[in-house]
Write a protein that binds this ligand. Structure first.
Ligand code: ADP
Ligand code: MG
Length: 345
């Protein structure tokens, strides 16, 4: 579904009222019965039905009459609710071009009132086939809170909370500006994903900075779990920024060592292939860390002094709870989400 900002212009107050009613209904229903929407929206003279027709036309709602007559929000509808809320809060004024498409997200440029350009990331966590997630769906079926709105909202909240906490600890991440529903607002990173970079004037330095980040994350109790050339941005001065945090785990995770080694290996592999460099002994000086280096030049996970409390304390303080993390982890298993799942569109 293509996102068309112009639709915002011709959506009325009543349209948003009905959209919000459907969203409220979706807390307890995957498909919200039509009369319930009408009751929640409580527009005069049966106005809800006319509005729903309009929202359906613009694909902000989806109609489903298979069990009973009802509607659900589409991603587009959810996008508009989040964007409208941000615009009302004065976070940004306009939405521009799309700058990134992930399997789990769409990224757009937005502009603030004073002309600054920021980025929004709209999470698309439920964009999976029913079959692929059936076992998880069964597992969660007694939870009224389960649906894709909840999952994408959690992904956004997790990302926002991690970004904020990482920024406060001096990690090079985008500035976390705001978060609503499934939408994270952040600073726009100048530069390109590492995957697009063909040349670097200081390959070794960039490489060491990146490996140093994996180690420093572990020292703070965290593993990125998707640390690769798509989630590392490089600007013209070869400054590194890391992005994309919904799948991060604690160093106390039972597969922590495997995730850590995999993150490290991704970086080694990319630099070997792209820049043709060999690393024997080249990472023995990581950012003042006391990490041991194994015989292949890789930092040893077991040798890192880890502060395991980071995740609990700092993230809980920023609004993301351990329970929510458990919920999202049932869906976002690091490394599985992209490889084994089937995604629509
Ligand atoms: P996904 O979880 O779908 O992989 P990412 O957060 O990795 O989403 O973003 C997808 C792409 O969008 C990135 O590879 C990058 O090109 C672009 N992007 C994401 N965040 C920003 C940002 N703050 N500034 C500039 N580009 C960004
Ligand atoms: Mg990514």
């Amino acid at each position: 579904m293509k996102f068309d900002v112009d639709v915002l212009r011709y959506l009325s107050k009543d349209d948003f009222r009905v959209l919000t009613a459907v969203e409220m209904g979706m807390r307890n229903h995957e498909i919200v019965p039509t009369e319930l929407i009408d009751r929640i929206a409580s527009l005069k003279h049966g106005g809800t039905y006319k509005v729903m027709k309009n929202l359906l036309k613009h694909k902000l709602l989806h109609h489903d009459a298979s069990k009973y007559d009802g509607f659900r929000l589409t991603y587009l509808g959810y996008d508009f609710l989040a964007i409208k809320t941000m615009v009302n809060r004065g976070v940004f004024m306009a939405v521009g071009r799309q700058i990134g498409v992930g399997k789990e997200s769409d990224i757009f440029e937005v502009a603030t009132e004073d002309g600054r350009v920021l980025a929004i990331k709209l999470h698309r966590l439920g964009r999976v086939s029913f079959r692929a997630v059936k076992s998880k769906r069964d597992y969660l079926k007694h939870r009224s809170s389960f649906n894709w709105l909840y999952l994408s909202r959690l992904a956004a909240l997790k990302e926002f909370s991690f970004m904020k906490a990482l920024e406060e600890h001096g990690f090079p991440v985008p500035n976390a500006v705001d978060c609503n529903r499934h939408c994270v607002v952040m600073s726009l990173v100048q530069g390109y994903p590492l995957v697009q970079v063909k040349q670097l004037s200081n390959v070794e330095m960039v490489f060491e900075t990146i490996i140093g980040l994996v180690v420093r994350l572990a020292e703070h109790g965290l593993i990125h779990c998707d640390f690769n050339e798509f989630n590392i941005m490089i600007d013209d001065d070869e400054k590194v920024t890391m992005i994309d945090f919904p799948q991060m785990v604690s160093v106390s995770h039972r597969n922590a060592q495997m995730y850590f080694d995999r993150d490290v290996e991704c970086i080694f592999k990319f630099f070997r292939k792209r820049f043709n460099i060999l690393f024997e002994g080249s990472t023995d000086d990581i950012d003042g860390s006391e990490v041991n280096i194994d015989e292949n030049g890789r930092p040893c996970f077991t040798s890192i002094a880890k502060n395991v409390g980071f995740l609990d304390k700092e993230l809980a303080a920023s609004g993301f709870t351990r329970k929510e993390d458990e919920d999202i982890k049932k869906w976002v298993t690091p490394g599985i989400i992209l490889q084994n799942w089937f995604w629509f569109s």
